[in-house]
Design a protein around this ligand. Structure first.
Ligand SMILES: CC(C)(COP(=O)(O)OP(=O)(O)OC[C@H]1O[C@@H](n2cnc3c(N)ncnc32)[C@H](O)[C@@H]1OP(=O)(O)O)[C@@H](O)C(=O)NCCC(=O)NCCS
Length: 161
């Protein structure tokens, strides 16, 4: 099957992430993680040949709603990050983004995906489980949180087909 490089639904456009969006990605990333990525860091990741990155844009394509970046090491890939603008969370952007991304990952010949997620991150766990991700390991105390406490990282795995 040939997967589209972009598609539009629900007034949103899913497409390959262009490095020009690095600054907007960093701004969204900062809202979500205790150790935010800098603009250069995001730009470098997007530009790496072994990374596949996708963007959720408004229908007009003028604003970034969210993004996802995975690193490939065939036949595996790892989702490095996925984040949605806080003003647009809970509206299906994460679903649209991951659906599009997993299609592109499959088209690249990847057979299994891995990721790490905070065990307390309910929305992310719901999203990942919808795409077949299941727990295969855990790292207690892996994340340091803004309030100084530590949190357990779950390692999730999914078949890609
Ligand atoms: C995780 C994240 C990407 C999900 O994106 P989103 O656009 O909000 O997700 P969606 O609207 O597509 O919803 C995905 C699922 O989460 C649920 N969800 C969304 N927001 C929720 C909330 N505040 N509380 C509980 N569940 C929530 C939805 O109901 C949906 O579940 P369903 O499949 O059972 O219907 C987004 O919340 C985010 O950017 N979080 C901060 C960054 C982050 O934690 N990334 C993951 C790191 S591993």
């Amino acid at each position: 099957m040939r997967w589209p490089t972009f598609w539009r639904r629900s007034g949103r456009t899913m497409r390959r992430l262009d490095p020009a969006w690095a600054s907007a990605c960093a701004a969204i990333h900062k809202t979500a993680f205790a150790r935010p990525w800098g603009v250069n860091e995001v730009e470098q990741l997007i530009s790496q040949r072994e990374c596949i990155s996708d963007a959720a844009l408004t229908g007009s394509g003028k604003a970034l709603l969210g993004f996802v970046i995975s690193r490939l090491a065939a036949p595996e890939a790892e989702i490095l990050t996925i984040a949605v603008d806080p003003a647009h969370r809970g509206k299906g952007v994460g679903h649209d983004l991951l659906n599009h991304h997993m299609s592109r990952i499959a088209a690249a010949g990847i057979k299994e995906m891995f990721l790490e997620v905070d065990e307390g991150n309910g929305p992310a766990l719901k999203l990942y489980r919808a795409y077949g991700f299941q727990e295969v390991g855990r790292r207690p105390g892996y994340y340091s949180k803004a309030d100084g406490t530590r949190a357990t990282a779950l390692i999730l795995r999914a078949d890609v087909s």
